[in-house]
Design a protein around this ligand. Structure first.
Ligand SMILES: [Zn+2]
Length: 783
């Protein structure tokens, strides 16, 4: 709930007892009820003091508004709250009365069908809406009582509250009896008249709702049925599997419940591929999660009304061609031209305004911009607007595109008016970082398709100045050598310092370029073609047979690939079945990842030599070595190093761990044999052997018990070990198979329980652990 900023709800309210006891008033006037529906809405720091759509003819309280703006401090003063909130409640019945232009709640269509049903079943004179003395014989009052009470009875009983003898149930009993009295004594209605009104209440409160929903769904159902039939007719008759994509679209776009789709297909002897369906669901969840992430930094999205207003005022769309205006200096540095622009419109708190004041958060629309609006997976952040002449900074939080307008999210550093001249300055390091990652993404896409074939399709990408993420479709994970080859091909193009060509081309022409993949997306026309190493004109004239990275893209790119510096894939894994995600780094970060990988490789080689020779080590030394292998494994798992190297190191470390475990097991057996030999001399042929030995391994303790039992098969053996450091006591025992004298688990358990611990095992062998503090130095405390 904490994350909600706007909440609306509808509550069923019964008011017939306690502080607000209206029961006796109900029926006398035209607005008291025992049951009403309360519509609530809350704003938690969101909208505040909005004006209402209702112009109220009479002074009737229809809406109870509570504005929370101040906190009353201890000294009695009012202090503004950090955020203004609204809590409102409005009775549905009164609202309907006002909206339908009636003077009485009973004249609205929430009640009129009930009143005529009462007339039908009682044969009393028709309802005339009279009150007080004019209501001769209280006939109209009886109508109102019945109409009100039967609603309350229906709603309460449906919610599981039955007429009874205590609390709410007693109140309901009184309501029922009051209704029966007015029905039989005043209206002279026959027995059973009250219950005969139930279908009318259900009609008003429930059936209309069902009908409305049915009408809504019926048209979808027809549409969906047509989609299913068309798909089935295009399918091979022998295929039982219905395409998951179609089923998913029925679910997402037409609101078909998934089980209903299954049912409809089952009737036709078909079924949906559940695996494919899971992939689609996972993808959707992932996308939803991403857009939720993005929502976090959205401040003032231009609303539709303001957009329409901008258009009707003839405000031209933002010219954003300057985002491509940069050049590569002779020193290899990128030069970004500052962009001068004038403020055409300001958008603040959901409306277009002519000026904003210092500190206000607003959307700024300029005649032109050099900023890059977030789209196509390239992020923009930390760019800065500087107002000309006054040198005041207006930090730009985000840049978004809305209906042809680029909206700059700005916190005003000073009063800003439409018509003001501003100068735009990029955060150049950030822009360059984004350009590096975006161009690298194109190279990666090209390398993957070049090496793994045309089945590889881009499924999503995102880059910021510091990282690059690329999702693509592929059957399984990439092998070590595939990862190496992809990395090498990208590095090769970087070393070439290949030129990046960008050109606007007619869409129809662009689509003829060989090797260009278009996805099902609406492209602008003309479209921007970005190619690496081969000029766009050569691609158009089919002058070249050279394979090159070519994509339709409106992102900002490097002019030459050399600035990428280096490239390392630091992670590659299957997100969902069939879709892989690559994380990659460039430049210095890539160099660092490579160096770290090398250092880890060297550490592994040194450990490998020791593991091979571990059988000559002492137990503690062998255990220490095994621990070191484990630590390196963890480090290899989480540190950014080349992914191909990570896979290689992981495989080798797993083998080393296995070898190391085998060595430790052998050493344990050796040690246990020695200890058992000593004990055998000490306790020869005793029926019960209990002793303390020195070891901090439960495994050695167990092995010693086993070896000793083997030599004295008729003895019951229990060995204990006190761990000096932790104070724990280890326990292991064995009894002769089928022994009448007791069970091992019971024995171990009774000993360990005494030590405040626990044991597990079987009737033959058991082990456990307890706390030495229970034996020494001080006696156990009273439980
Ligand atoms: Zn791109």
């Amino acid at each position: 709930m904490v994350s909600y900023r706007r909440v609306v709800n509808s509550q069923k309210c019964v008011r017939a007892g306690g502080k607000h006891n209206d029961l006796e008033d109900v029926g006398k006037d035209v607005y008291h009820h025992t049951f009403f529906e309360m519509l609530g809405n809350w704003s938690f720091g969101d909208y505040f003091k909005v004006w209402s759509i209702i112009k109220n003819p009479d002074v009737v309280e229809i809406w109870n508004l509570v504005f929370m703006q101040y906190n009353r401090e201890v000294n009695g003063s009012l202090r503004p709250l950090p955020q203004c909130s609204v809590d409102t409640g409005m009775g549905l019945e009164r609202l309907v009365t006002v909206l339908q232009g009636k003077r009485s709640n009973y004249d609205t269509d929430l009640f009129t069908p009930l009143l005529s049903a009462i007339h039908q079943c009682s044969k009393a004179p028709a309802y005339q809406g009279r009150t007080g003395e004019a209501d001769v014989g209280q006939v109209d009052m009886a109508y109102r009582v019945l109409a009100d009470h039967i609603r309350t009875l229906c709603v309460c009983i449906a919610d599981g509250v039955y007429p009874g003898m205590t609390g709410a149930e007693l109140v309901l009993r009184r309501i029922l009896r009051r209704a029966v009295r007015f029905s039989t004594e005043v209206l002279q209605a026959p027995e059973g008249a009250l219950a005969s009104l139930v279908p009318t209440v259900a009609h008003i409160l429930i059936m209309d709702l069902i009908n409305q929903n049915e009408v809504k769904f019926l048209s979808s159902l027809k549409q969906g049925r047509r989609v299913i039939d068309r798909t089935l007719s295009n399918m091979d008759k022998d295929t039982a599997v219905f395409p998951a994509l179609v089923a998913w679209s029925l679910h997402r776009n037409l609101g078909f419940p998934l089980d209903l789709i299954d049912l409809m297909l089952e009737e036709k002897g078909k079924m949906v591929d559940k695996k494919d369906m899971t992939v689609l669901e996972d993808e959707y969840e992932k996308l939803r999660f991403q857009s939720e992430e993005d929502d976090g930094n959205r401040v003032d999205q231009l609303d539709l009304h303001s957009l329409a207003e901008l258009q009707s005022q003839g405000v031209p769309h933002t010219d954003d061609s300057q985002k491509y205006c940069y050049s590569l200096g002779s020193d290899g540095q990128y030069v970004f031209q500052p962009c001068r622009a004038s403020v055409l419109a300001l958008y603040c708190d959901g409306a277009l305004v002519s000026e904003v004041n210092e500190g206000q958060c607003c959307g700024v629309i300029l005649d032109q911009t050099s900023f890059y609006a977030e789209q196509g997976g390239q992020a923009t952040r930390f760019t800065i607007v500087v107002m000309l002449l006054q040198d005041v900074l207006f930090p730009v939080k985000s840049v978004r595109l809305a209906g042809g307008y680029v909206v700059h999210q700005v916190t005003a550093g000073e009063t800003l008016r439409t018509g003001d001249q501003v100068e735009l300055h990029l955060d150049e390091a950030n822009r360059l970082g984004c350009m590096v990652k975006h161009t690298t993404t194109h190279l990666l896409n090209f390398a993957l398709r070049e090496l793994l074939g045309p089945a590889v399709n881009q499924r999503g990408s995102h880059c910021t100045a510091s990282r690059l993420r690329f999702d693509f479709s592929i059957k399984g994970s990439l092998s070590v050598s595939e990862l190496q080859q992809v990395e090498e091909l990208v590095q090769h193009i970087i070393r070439q310092n290949a030129e990046v060509y960008m050109e606007e081309v007619l869409l129809s022409k662009a689509k003829q370029i060989t090797g260009l993949r278009t996805i099902d997306e609406v492209y602008p026309d003309p479209v921007r073609v970005v190619s690496v190493a081969v000029p766009v004109s050569d691609l158009l004239n089919s002058k070249t047979s050279k394979q090159a990275s070519v994509e339709l893209c409106c992102g900002t790119h490097l002019l030459r690939t050399g600035a990428i510096g280096d490239f390392v894939i630091v992670s590659e894994r299957q997100m969902v079945k069939g879709i892989s995600r690559i994380l990659a780094v460039t430049g210095d970060e890539a160099k660092k990842a490579r160096e770290t990988g090398q250092a880890m490789q060297e550490e592994l080689e040194s450990l490998a030599v020791q593991v091979e020779a571990a059988s000559s080590l002492s137990m503690p030394a062998a255990q220490m070595l095994s621990k070191e292998v484990g630590l390196l494994m963890n480090a290899v798992d989480i540190t950014p190093i080349p992914q191909w190297q990570r896979r290689e190191l992981q495989t080798r470390l797993k083998a080393m761990q296995k070898t190391s475990n085998t060595t430790i097991r052998k050493l344990e057996i050796k040690e246990a044999a020695l200890k058992a030999k000593e004990l055998l001399v000490k306790h020869s042929n005793k029926p019960v052997v209990v002793d303390l030995i020195q070891t901090d391994s439960i495994s050695v303790l167990m092995k010693t018990v086993l070896q000793l039992s083997k030599s004295t098969p008729d003895s019951m053996v229990m060995l204990l070990s006190h761990l000096q450091l932790s104070g724990k006591v280890l326990c292991a025992c064995q009894v002769p198979k089928g022994s009448a004298s007791g069970s091992a688990i019971k024995w171990a358990h009774s000993v360990c329980a005494r030590l405040g611990g626990n044991a597990d095992g079987s009737t033959d062998v058991a082990k456990g652990v307890g706390n030495g503090a229970w034996i020494y130095p001080s006696p156990p405390p009273d439980p």
